[in-house]
Design a protein around this ligand. Structure first.
Ligand code: 6R9
Length: 652
């Protein structure tokens, strides 16, 4: 008997919306595509016969200081090293190469502030800005192998600081500006960053969000040697406390530097950046990406999937602080020599047509965004996109969570004028690059992420690693290494490092990062969601473990469990079950007072982006015999799921 959901409660009906139509590409798109159907067939054939030759060709499209000796060093799996022996710097390929070629005067970046103010940079201008900051970094003592933490909103200086760090051979760690002081402190300590770059504040939703005070708070109790220098970008012009000699204004530091700077010749496998991401256990872990493999993977897939042309204006709505912002907001477009847009503010400011107005004003041709944002905009109705001329758009992409047929169809019809392909791209922080996605020439099935890209050995398997037939759900795995795969950060990050064997040993010899999927008869993949306790709230990964740890750090909380519930806009929301310390509510005017205090506490611990849909008090929480909290029983109770006779509740 199938599980029963109470649809009125969960919105599960949308998730079950079945759409059987296949959308064929527009003939013009096929004729003009960079990758034609014949090219795709040839690429798939080569990648199947000789995957290393396939990726070697992709690497040859970029400039190397020294050519690799081996395409893949697989002597110590799963610690694979791509383009071993090669020397390269991603900043050279993203900027220097263009600044010295015919792309020199092409627009690289169009940045739009929330108030509508714009700053534009050609490749040459960006190259000079990056060089000045790279020189400033060097003057401040930053050397190859160091790390820089960036606590930055979407600003041109965010991109400039990432590339300047890469240029000198330092690794960047970007912390999303919505995270708390405690989070930031932990990440500065984890990364042992000598230098921190931040802004005085930024605009969001019509308000000034101050950042520097959060930094000041975070730097109390930071480890010795960390954040000895803080560069402050004055974005909003508020008064900030500057502590000498630690704090320096960005412009004071770069002003005296030369606009010429050489790239450090990095080993292909050297660390380019770390990003923290939520897994099943404990706090978020740092994964690292390397100059060579990440560069090749992102450059190749960006051009393949987004079919980039010199006339394109590409807009990725993801914040630079997430992997999508890193790979396809910043590095991908720069590597391709494209023009891209970065937006500072809230997508509903001042009205629900902000995105569409940006598309029309800048003539955007490719838009990469998330289902949560689309569902939010859908709620305001098609009259908002209708107000604007969206005829420049030719490609639409989605990432981060299942888009579902309903949102897909809305995007296709109201934004894509039933002409633009909607490309649902599946990948992860850990994969570094898109893995499963249609191309603009592919027939599209709403709700499906299409097929694995050439060179990606994806499969759907059972727990023993056996391939499953069409229609059967199982674990989504990758069976062979690929260039964008993450590596472990250097050992100095200690406990904070993500561990490769966690990903490669759960199903022996294959990479598994937590998603379930099935395929149809045509080999199209459908993502079913996470197999683990990772929630996907508005496209952002949150581990139930980290949310529970934040709840438990409140003195009035004896026990806590967090579950994910379906949500019409955010895909998923978190609900907390809390067993309060008996009698504790007396200090708070009863239960509601305590509940509000717990909610405030969690926001303080984790940052303003974290909020629970509800916090429910229970006298006690259900446990397994081994003493673990039964989240699944709580979830089933919420959703009104009845379990089959004999179905076991496994430990969670
Ligand atoms: C790029 C990014 C990764 C997790 C991943 C999966 C979910 C991503 C998806 C998708 C359905 C898609 N996910 N893309 N689910 N359809 N097109 O989002 O990285 O933040 O690490 O999240 O997001 O569950 O495992 P990251």
């Amino acid at each position: 008997m199938p599980k029963r959901y109470d649809e009125s409660k969960t919105g599960a009906l949308d998730a079950l919306h079945v759409e059987n139509r296949v959308f064929r590409p527009d003939p013009q798109t096929v004729i003009e595509a960079n990758v034609t159907p014949d090219d795709l067939e040839a690429a798939l054939a080569l990648a199947a016969a000789d995957p290393l030759a396939y990726w070697e060709r992709a690497a040859e499209e970029l400039e190397w200081h020294r050519r690799w000796e081996r395409v893949l060093d697989d002597d110590d799996p799963p610690r694979f090293r791509w383009f071993a022996g090669g020397r390269v710097n991603i900043a050279h390929n993203a900027l220097d190469r263009h600044a010295r070629s015919g792309n020199k005067n092409r627009l690289a970046l169009i940045w739009e502030g929330e108030a509508g103010d714009c700053r534009k940079f050609t490749y040459y201008e960006l190259f000079r800005e990056v060089n000045r900051l790279a020189n400033a970094f060097r003057s401040l003592g930053l050397v190859r192998g160091d790390r820089v933490t960036l606590y930055m909103p979407p600003l041109p200086e965010t991109l400039i600081a990432m590339l300047a760090a890469a240029k000198v051979g330092a690794s960047h760690s970007l912390v999303f500006a919505g995270f708390s002081a405690r989070f930031l402190r932990q990440r500065i300590n984890d990364a042992r960053s000598k230098i921190l770059v931040t802004a005085d504040g930024f605009y969001r939703g019509g308000r000034v969000i101050p950042l520097k005070p959060v930094v000041d708070d975070a730097l109390h109790g930071v480890h010795g040697g960390c954040a000895e220098t803080v560069l402050v970008v004055p974005r909003v012009g508020i008064d900030v406390e500057m502590t000498a000699p630690r704090d320096l204004f960005y412009h004071d530091v770069v002003r005296r530097e030369s606009a010429e700077a050489a790239c450090a010749a990095m080993e292909s496998d050297d660390e380019l950046f770390v990003l923290f991401t939520s897994g099943t256990t404990g706090r978020p872990k740092a994964v690292a990406h390397a100059h060579g493999g990440f560069m090749v993977g992102v450059h190749h897939t960006f051009r393949e999937v987004f079919d980039v042309k010199p006339t394109d204006i590409y807009f990725c709505t993801a914040d630079p602080g997430w992997i999508t912002g890193h790979a396809y907001g910043i590095y991908g477009p720069l590597l391709a020599g494209a023009t891209s847009i970065m937006y500072e503010g809230h997508p509903l400011y001042p009205q629900a047509d902000r995105l569409w107005s940006m598309v029309a004003r800048h003539g955007v041709t490719a838009l990469y965004t998330t289902p949560t944002l689309l569902r939010l905009l859908m709620r305001y109705g098609p009259q908002y996109p209708k107000k604007h001329d969206l005829s420049t758009l030719r490609i639409l992409g989605s990432v981060g969570e299942p888009i579902g047929a309903e949102t897909w169809l809305w995007l296709h019809k109201h934004i894509g004028r039933s002409r633009c392909p909607v490309l649902d791209t599946w990948w992860q922080t850990e994969t570094g690059m898109m893995m499963i996605s249609p191309l603009p020439i592919s027939p599209l099935k709403p709700g499906s992420v299409g097929k694995p890209l050439p060179g990606i050995a994806a499969d759907v398997v059972d727990a023993a690693g056996n391939s499953l037939p069409p229609g059967k759900g199982g674990f989504l795995v990758i069976k062979k290494p690929w260039p964008g795969m993450f590596k472990e950060p250097t050992e100095d990050m200690g406990e904070a490092r993500a561990c490769l064997s966690d990903y490669w040993n759960r199903i022996p010899g294959m990479y598994f990062a937590g998603d379930m999927a099935h395929r149809d008869e045509d080999g199209y993949y459908f993502i079913q969601g996470r197999a683990d306790d990772v929630l996907n709230i508005a496209g952002r990964r949150m581990g139930t473990a980290e949310l529970e740890a934040a709840l438990l750090s409140h003195r009035g909380v004896a026990e806590a469990a967090v579950i994910g519930l379906p949500d019409r806009i955010k895909g998923q929301v978190a609900k907390a079950f809390v067993a309060p310390v008996p009698g504790y509510e007396a200090q708070f005017d009863g239960e509601d007072g305590l509940r509000a205090d717990i909610a405030r506490h969690v926001r303080r611990e984790l940052g303003p982006i974290v909020a629970f849909k509800a916090i429910e008090f229970r006298e006690s929480l259900p446990h397994t015999r081994s003493g673990k909290i039964l989240r699944r029983a709580l979830r089933d109770g919420e959703l009104g799921v009845e379990r089959d006779e004999g179905e076991t509740l496994e430990d969670e």
